[in-house]
Design a protein around this ligand. Structure first.
Ligand SMILES: [Zn+2]
Length: 236
């Protein structure tokens, strides 16, 4: 499966904290819920970003507001159009494909129905032009857009959608999880069916037997070197 949520990391440190040190379950600030900005919450796998999205959605609901939920069409772990967290929350979502115009297809119709915000899961799979469509929704239609995604792939590279969001977002925050050594996990290792780290294969692998482990840079590098990869990633 392609992301963290189906994987049990066996207590490898999936307690998530915002950069501010606040804990899950906190209320979003009024500014986050009401001010039209492009927000990007990024994480490694296993940090519980879907749980944060669902909590945010709940906070809107609690205030009598509704939000448009979007997720990548290729994430069909739980059936198309569901955002699910490992701790048991879930919500229906609309799914976007790489070719969809997010503004025309999803956001403008939803605004006509009165939604107060747009929440995007698996935002690493956005195309850069889709990030601009989200920015247009913020700037022209005055709606908060909150994206939740992974920063780096298992090969240590930025996802294109995350790179575009890191450039375009008005406000960013990090959802943290930790490596087995206790340091912040900013990378992820893909482990094959035998439990060995692997650095080959598609960036998105659907339906495989691989699992993912959030790790710090040092431990990612150690596995990278042990696999015979060049000392400087990206120079192969
Ligand atoms: Zn480590």
């Amino acid at each position: 499966m392609l992301t963290h949520a189906s994987v049990d990391f066996g207590g490898a440190g999936s307690e998530a904290t915002f950069f501010s040190g606040k804990r899950p379950g906190r209320r979003e600030t009024d500014e986050e819920l009401q001010v039209a900005k492009l927000y990007f919450s990024y994480a490694s796998m296993g940090a519980g970003k879907s749980a944060y999205l669902l909590q945010t959605n709940f906070n809107y609901t609690e205030r009598g507001m509704t939000s448009l939920l979007l997720t990548a069409a290729l994430d069909d772990r739980y059936g198309a159009g569901k955002i699910t967290s490992r701790i048991g929350m879930e919500a229906d979502a609309k799914t976007f494909a790489p070719t969809d115009d997010l503004l025309e297809t999803f956001i403008l119709p939803a605004l006509r129905e009165g939604v107060s915000a747009v929440l995007v899961d698996e935002a690493q799979f956005l195309q850069p032009e889709q990030v601009w469509q989200l920015a247009e929704a913020v700037d022209r239609f005055d709606v908060p857009v909150m994206c939740f995604g992974l920063r780096t792939s298992f090969t240590g590279d930025l996802f294109p959608g995350s790179a575009a969001l890191l450039a375009a977002a008005d406000q960013m925050r990090e959802i943290k999880t930790i490596c087995c050594c206790g340091k912040k996990a900013t990378y992820v290792l893909r482990k094959d069916a035998t439990g060995q780290p692997t650095f080959s294969g598609a960036q998105v692998q659907i339906g495989g037997n691989d699992s993912y482990l959030p790790v710090c840079r040092k431990h990612w590098m150690e596995a990278w070197i042990a696999a015979g990869r060049p000392r400087i990633p990206g120079t192969a």
